[in-house]
Write a protein that binds this ligand. Structure first.
Ligand code: NAD
Length: 417
């Protein structure tokens, strides 16, 4: 992957591109390009051998005009201050584009969790939760899972918060296990919105996703679920990859069986009777639909001319650099942006929070129906902006919709002398 592009600069460029089509005060747009608040802290925790280790952690609260800050917590060696700032901004625009009443936030710890035991990760996560305690809260800032975190970490954060606050507050975090107040459908939600976004886009283009060949980069939570649900819609998944490499079968893979192979062996590689391929080969494969579902900057301006897909649906956050966007727009490749395509995760997080507040549990079919309503409605709003402003790509259209909503909320709040 091209790691040189600073994701925070990408975010700021994306906001500027869309702001050019809106009649908003430049001073307000400047605020909407930067987080309101950033926690940068050091966490010291005990290793299993009794030694102490200190690692760097962040939480960025980007914008609170439409509701509490909301966004995941990532454990990855590449976590930096600017990455967290960018991810928190994408969350603010994501919540606005699907009209979920939240602002944006994001957090992260710069570690490779594979280097630590479960006990060490628990001590570290609880140390982070203790640092986060003054910032988070059911109506203030609500973290969730992201890369390399899941229900386990969310349950630890919730338990630490509740113990320190001497209360029960399941809505302080989303992405919890069902018995700890989680929602049906949350684990699948990001992949589900990715598949729905692909279906809507192919329909809009007078095509049918059932006839599409698909390559998926990244086979974690988002990528593996998207692959399975796209296959359920009739699409043929011809290639998938993870950080160890990729596999290709022009006849089509069984995504659930590949997932089981990865769960057993740690990687998709070596699955069945498939050909190996590199990640760049996967990204440039001749397919109808490409789903980047790994990390930022997977496709940059150098790789974009070689991308052969007709449609790209971004399950990952920030997988295309702004230069890649320019190249792909010039080549009439439709890019369905992250802030819309992967918004299923935050939308079902919102449903989880609503259920926690109601102390009530929805059925999985209700969650999935409400999610489909939100995603199809948001797609219509994006297409309306794309066509009415004659925009160059769907990303700018999504930002126009999102920024407009945040600017409206800020205007309605008025100014504070
Ligand atoms: P995950 O940790 O479950 O999976 C990430 C996958 O990417 C793994 O299979 C990993 O091996 C693979 N990967 C890493 N580097 C790679 C590389 N260079 N080439 C190919 N594969 C590589 O994470 P996830 O939750 O699926 O998140 C993936 C992306 O989706 C991230 O950008 C995340 O921010 C975004 N996202 C996730 C959610 C969610 O609910 N999980 C919601 C919104 C957005």
């Amino acid at each position: 992957m091209a790691g040189q592009v600073n994701p925070f600069e990408s975010l700021q460029e994306q906001v500027d591109d869309a702001a050019a089509f809106l009649d908003a005060d430049p001073g307000l747009i400047e605020r909407l390009k930067n987080p309101e608040r950033l926690l940068e802290t050091n966490l010291t925790f005990e290793r299993d051998d009794g030694s102490l280790e200190t690692v760097r952690a962040y939480r960025s609260q980007f914008n609170g005009d439409r509701g509490p800050y909301k966004g995941g917590i990532r454990y990855h060696p590449n976590v930096t201050r600017d990455e967290v700032k960018a991810l928190s901004g994408w969350m603010a625009y994501k919540c606005a584009v699907v009209d979920v009443p939240y602002g944006g936030g994001k957090g992260g710890i710069a570690i490779d969790p594979a280097d630590y035991s479960e006990d060490e990760l628990e001590r570290l996560t609880r140390a982070f939760a203790t640092e986060l305690r003054p910032l988070i809260g059911v109506d203030r800032d609500i973290p969730a899972p992201d890369v390399n975190t899941g229900q386990r970490e969310m349950n630890w954060i919730k338990d630490t918060y509740e113990t320190l606050e001497n209360t029960t507050a399941p809505g302080v975090i989303t992405g919890k296990a069902i018995d700890s107040g989680g929602s049906e459908g949350r684990v699948e939600a990001t992949g589900r919105s990715t598949a729905l976004a692909a279906r809507e886009t192919f329909d809009w283009l007078d095509d049918d996703v059932a006839d599409a060949t698909v390559a998926v980069q990244g086979y974690g939570n988002a990528g593996s679920v998207a692959a399975a649900l796209l296959a359920d819609l009739g699409a043929t998944i011809v290639a998938v990859s993870d950080s160890s490499g990729g596999i290709h079968d022009p006849e089509g893979l069984d995504p659930r069986s590949v997932k089981a192979h990865k769960a057993e062996t740690g990687s998709v590689t070596g699955y069945g009777d498939t050909d190996p391929l590199t990640n760049d080969e996967l990204l440039t494969l001749d397919v109808d639909l490409l789903v980047p579902a790994a990390l930022e900057n997977a496709i940059n301006g150098d790789l974009a001319p070689d991308v052969s897909a007709d449609v790209i649906v971004e399950a990952a956050n920030g997988p295309l650099t702004p230069r890649a966007d320019d190249v792909l727009a010039d080549r009439d490749v439709y890019v369905v942006p992250d802030i819309f395509a992967n918004a299923g995760g935050v939308t079902v997080s919102y449903f989880e929070w609503v259920q926690n507040r109601q102390r009530f549990h929805w059925t999985e079919s209700r969650v999935n129906e409400e999610l489909e309503r939100v995603i199809t409605g948001a797609f219509d709003d994006i297409v309306e902006a794309y066509e009415s402003h004659d925009l160059r790509n769907l990303r700018t259209a999504a930002y126009v919709v999102a920024i407009d909503r945040i600017v409206d909320a800020a205007d309605q709040a008025g100014s504070w002398p």
